[in-house]
Write a protein that binds this ligand. Sequence first.
Ligand code: PEP
Length: 249
Amino acid sequence: MKRQIIIANWKCNPIAAKEAKELFDSVKEKAKRFKEAEIIICPPFIYLSSLKADKSIKLGAQNCFWEDKGAYTGEVSALMVKDLKTEYVISGHSERRKYFNETDGIVNKKLKAILNAGLIPVFCIGETQEERYNNQTEDILKKQISLGLEGISANKFPLLIIAYEPIWAIGTGNPCDAKEAQKMRLFIKDVLEKNYNSNTAEETMILYGGSVNSENSSLYIKQAGFNGLLVGGASLNAEEFIKIIKQAL
Ligand code: PEP
């Protein structure tokens, strides 16, 4: 059986390095008992160098730039985060699409940079409330997958992680119904099979994200068949995050 992947996306939190270290160490201490899960913490860039990953807990970045280095003020490249023992990078998160105008084309460039650096991408896709209401969810997911992975052949990704994150469920306390999420998971597999092959569809790890908490985490794994979870707000509380993992396994 595949290991579950549980990712914490701290977003732009916490404010102080001391708090970040305390939160990380507290999760790390308790994470040791979950041998069957890959637990990944994605803190803001600035904390990556002070948090020490080990066998029980890995590091991920929330973003990266698509060039390796150069005159790009304020940017951080995939190679730079790799140098800090980071193994995963999120790309395509809806907050980056919304607040930083990241298009599918930009996400594609970033995914290529992540893969070229030998890192594992956590590729986020999902529809808005309006798109769901207008029955456009499948078209949107198909477009995001096809454009995001354009020009990337299956042998480029030793492991691809796709996070299905309906935008209306992120940070709202209004999670997607597990049955509906399962339908989308199967649809994503279908698109991967058509765009690539059945092996890629089988091997790709598909996670659910959007208002996950300790009350609902098991539904997405045990009922809807996801390979893991991407957790935002609830991952800022070590106890709740550990409960989420415990319930999900
Ligand atoms: C996220 O930021 O990817 C996310 C799923 O957030 P939340 O868990 O807070 O909805």
